[in-house]
Design a protein around this ligand. Structure first.
Ligand code: PLP
Length: 408
């Protein structure tokens, strides 16, 4: 399908059961079905309410600092030739990444539903910090489940969550990382769903989360499209973003689906294509079920998720959002992958040519934009810079110094 088929896309996808074509849905223990129905009903009502929309707009402007700018990378573009690279600066959103876009939406929904507490899991801690921020803003309790291994690795984010007033609850069974934390958060939600709400960290999980998180994140692409048109008078030739669970990318892509613009999602290739060396679930996965939804999944012959790896801890998830699976299969969005080393070279290029330290996740999108600029004589590419790299500098310095090896 091409862009002409996407005029009425948002009205049709997902369908009322949460399906994007054959992907998505809601695979839940029976006890949780009423809780998710309550969230679905509340969201359907609220997303059309002028009061909710106006309050969210005010929060975005006054608390988050939106709109974030679109920035023309003149020096970087010139370094590679004539194709122009632009960035949507989600690193300038409050807390330094796009995740707050949906956390503030979910927090506002919790408030409208009369809930007292937000429950979630976190891996590297980025989702936990954004959610703890939203909980503090709305005066809600916040319980974040986190594997003991991750707690030890991500000390600064654990401190941030606690300073913001959240409870960080260690998960001590199994491998003590993200998967166990998801299970623990679901168990807790099962016991407290009447007074609490579960909030997911990306466009994944059971319906209505992939839809809700997409809607909240679409502010990225809506703003960027308008800003780019205003800056240049035309649309970009291509739009790109890094795909972990898929939230910053879907937010960037959806407002461009009906435009004559190439759209490219970038998956993490890590150390290479071997099992356990990457997290490129569309490139190497196949259809399966994880965490309550159906999508592309890196899985073994029993359907269990395979180990994944990326230098960017926000990208190392063995599946991707169901809407990406659909957009891949129908051909509207192309998916490609970028290795650790390519991402790190782009990280240092952006530092040295533009004065921006990107999150390593976002550096994957920048790396693809650079690749595109090298291959095109003219035109433009707009990449989503999903977050800033302050969180990554200690790790980067330890492994790569200040980038001397790249001879930039
Ligand atoms: C979490 C994170 C990502 C990956 O998540 P998506 O849901 O795929 O957007 C990308 N960039 C940053 C900065 C993140 O914190």
């Amino acid at each position: 399908m091409n862009y002409r088929d996407f005029d009425t896309y948002l009205k049709k996808f997902p369908d009322k059961n949460g399906y994007f074509g054959e992907y998505g849905g809601q695979f839940l223990p029976p006890e949780l079905i009423p809780a998710f129905k309550e969230i679905d009903d509340a969201y359907e009502e609220i997303c059309h309410s002028a009061q909710f929309i106006n309050e969210l707009r005010r929060i975005r402007r006054e608390f988050q600092g939106r709109p974030t700018p679109v920035y023309h990378c003149e020096r970087l573009s010139k370094h590679f030739g004539k194709c122009q690279i632009y960035l949507k600066r989600e690193d300038l959103n409050h807390t330094g990444a796009h995740k707050l876009n949906h956390c503030m939406g979910e927090g506002l929904l919790a408030k409208y539903m009369g809930k007292k507490k937000i429950i979630a899991e976190t891996g590297a801690g980025q989702h936990g910090v954004a959610l703890a921020t939203a909980a503090a803003y709305f005066g809600l309790d916040c319980d974040i489940y986190m594997g003991e291994v991750d707690i030890a690795k991500q000390h600064p984010n654990v401190i941030r969550m606690k300073m913001l007033g959240a409870r960080v609850i260690p998960v001590t069974h199994g491998l003590k990382t993200l998967k166990e934390a998801v299970d623990a958060a679901f168990d807790a939600y099962l016991k407290e769903y009447e007074t609490s709400i579960y909030c997911i960290g990306s466009v994944v999980g059971p319906h209505p989360f992939p839809k809700m998180v997409r809607d909240f994140q679409s502010v990225i692409g809506i703003e960027a499209r308008e800003q780019f048109l205003e800056m240049t008078g035309i649309l970009p030739d291509a739009v790109t973003a890094a795909v972990g669970g898929g939230s910053n990318s879907i937010g960037m892509f959806v407002p461009f689906l009906a435009d004559p613009v190439d759209i490219i999602g970038v998956e993490p290739l890590g150390r290479g294509s071997g099992i356990g060396d990457h997290a490129a679930s569309i490139a190497y996965g196949k259809k399966g079920i994880l965490h309550g939804f159906e999508s592309y999944l890196l899985q073994d012959e029993n359907g269990d998720p395979l180990p994944v790896y990326s230098i960017a801890s926000g990208l190392d998830y063995p599946a991707t959002g169901p809407e990406h699976a659909y957009l891949h299969d129908c051909g509207r969005v192309q998916y490609t992958s970028i290795s650790d080393d390519e991402a790190m070279e782009a990280f240092f290029l952006l530092c040295k040519y533009e004065g921006i330290i990107p999150a390593i996740e976002s550096a994957h999108a920048v790396a693809y934009a650079i690749k595109y600029a090298k291959e095109h004589e003219t035109g433009s590419i707009l990449a989503c810079l999903s977050g800033r790299g302050d969180k990554d500098i200690d790790y980067v310095y330890e492994k790569y110094g200040c980038g001397e090896q790249f001879n930039l």
